[in-house]
Design a protein around this ligand. Sequence first.
Ligand code: IPD
Ligand code: CA
Length: 266
Amino acid sequence: MNLHETMQQVKAIARDAGTLVMSYYNQPMKMGTKASARDIVTEADKAAEVLIVERLTALYPGHHIVGEEGGGQGAPMADADYYWYVDPIDGTTNFAGTIPYFSTSIALTDSDHNILLGVVYDPTRPEMFSAIRGSGAYLNDSPIHVSETSDMLNSLFASGFPANEDVQTNVMYWTNFLKEARGMRRLGSAALDLCYVGCGRLEGWWEGGINRWDVMAGILIVNEAGGTLSDFSGNSDPQKNNDGYYVASNTTLHPDMLRILQSDTE
Ligand code: IPD
Ligand code: CA
């Protein structure tokens, strides 16, 4: 595969998905729930996933596709050398509430879940974040890099609270970060939060109990922007075992983030 050629295709798909999503924004639309009352899905999520999956399947019929709204599609996973992780709208709650912070996230991995390419597109600004393994990370056409901030007091952190998880432990982590950081944000799209770490708007982000399609593209963008991505124990490539625990930082502050995330929350 020529990943640079694939990147042009994926950016075009993300842009078209974003245009479709924005055609639903701030309009009356059908909405339903998934695993819980807080876990919502709109007709825009479903329509955008159909668009993305149709386009990827036409280009790469031998690849497997994991989509937030459609499960496994394309070639069976067992037969495929490459997997796509697709989140048509990451930040559906913001989208449905007309808060302009949501994104489309598309990532390509090999069958060992090494991430080869990632794109996160915010159609409201518009901002296209992208990375190819080994080739740096970009915002639109400009290279991005994590911040150089080295102390907690000058740092901004974000986290998220998955709809179907017990929030108590994360509230304790949040409180402990609040005591040390300049400020905390719950922005509402994990994919974009990771990109904001990549371009230095945030020093770090963490979340537990989150799905691969939310983070796969953003993980590569953080890593390629000079950041560090691990699980809460500090192990790299946590997307491989899919435990759902991720912490991203500007690298310098990674030990401080792990210290708080490993502290006793009882
Ligand atoms: C959600 C967002 C949110 C995170 C949740 C995710 P969705 O994705 O990424 O920031 O805190 O865990 O589920 O449901 O809007 O695609
Ligand atoms: Ca999502």
